[in-house]
Structure formats: structure tokens, C-alpha cells
Design a protein around this ligand. Structure first.
Ligand SMILES: [Cu+2]
Length: 66
């Protein structure tokens, strides 16, 4: 699935998002582009739970495609 996270501005944000997602799915793989603010996530976890995890880390993701 693919998200836009507009309030992700640096590598620290990217790390926080990676930690949040891998905390709920240790097998998730993330591909993050801070410049375009796009986060691609490979995970069997439903998108709603991924969104909640990223929001709990303090960010506001928008689902672009699932
Ligand atoms: Cu940051």
C-alpha cells in the first residue's frame, strides 16, 4: 500500500514511521521517500491499523493506493 505523509520532513520522521509500522508488523517492509513524502508499505496488516500506528507516532497519512 502507498501513503502520502505530508508532515514527514526528515529522516527522523521516516525512522519514527518505520518503527511504528514494524512494531505492529515485524515483517512489514517500508520504502520511504522523504522528498516526495511517499511511504510504500508491504504488509499483510490491514491499512486501517497501519494508519492508526502512523497517527499514534504523530503523523497524518493519506492512503493513496492499497
Ligand atoms: Cu523529521
Amino acid at each position: 500500500m502507498k501513503f502520502e505523509v505530508k508532515d514527514m520532513s526528515c529522516g527522523g520522521c521516516a525512522n519514527a514511521i518505520t518503527r511504528a509500522v514494524t512494531a505492529i508488523d515485524p515483517h512489514a517492509t517500508l520504502e520511504i521517500d522523504v522528498a516526495t513524502k511517499v511511504v510504500k508499505i508491504e504488509s499483510v496488516t490491514e491499512s486501517g491499523k497501519i494508519i492508526t500506528a502512523i497517527e499514534d507516532a504523530g503523523f497524518h497519512p493519506t492512503l493513496l493506493s492499497s
